[in-house]
Design a protein around this ligand. Sequence first.
Ligand code: SF4
Length: 168
Amino acid sequence: MADVKPPAVLFSACLLGDAVRYDGGDNLQVHNAIRIWHQNDCIYRLCPEVAGGLPIPRPAAEIIGAGGDAVLDGSARVVTLDGSDVTPAFLLGAQRTLAVCQQNNIKIAVLTEGSPSCGSQRIHAGRFSGSKTAGQGVTSALLRTNGIKVFSQHQLDEALLCWSSLSD
Ligand code: SF4
């Protein structure tokens, strides 16, 4: 009987220690679920903003007045503090992330909370004040629209349960 491959999981690269954040840092997480996924060799890692062509480091950016869904439908923009419109790079990064998921049959993603790309429950409020609001980033919105379950680094136990149910 052929070996059955475990389901793949997409990760925000910064959660695995890659220094891809806007400020050149990372968001490294240590958790049993990550250890299990590493052991199963089923992790894909990607930074949507770098995949969209943005450099490291790069100016901080926020979605103005809305969330990732509004960016996808063209009714909101992603801008930097100095007013540069980086929406095209955010959209390209989201599309490239979705393509990786579709090419590798990825149904689960663990993405960094708070990011204008990767946030899944909260994002910066668009005022560059440090305040956050309920909402999701551009990549999270696109993945969810396409049926991929998105968790944050604060939901690794839930993500592991979901992965286990897909593994049965
Ligand atoms: S875009 Fe996502 S993966 Fe890239 S640094 Fe920001 S939170 Fe991490």
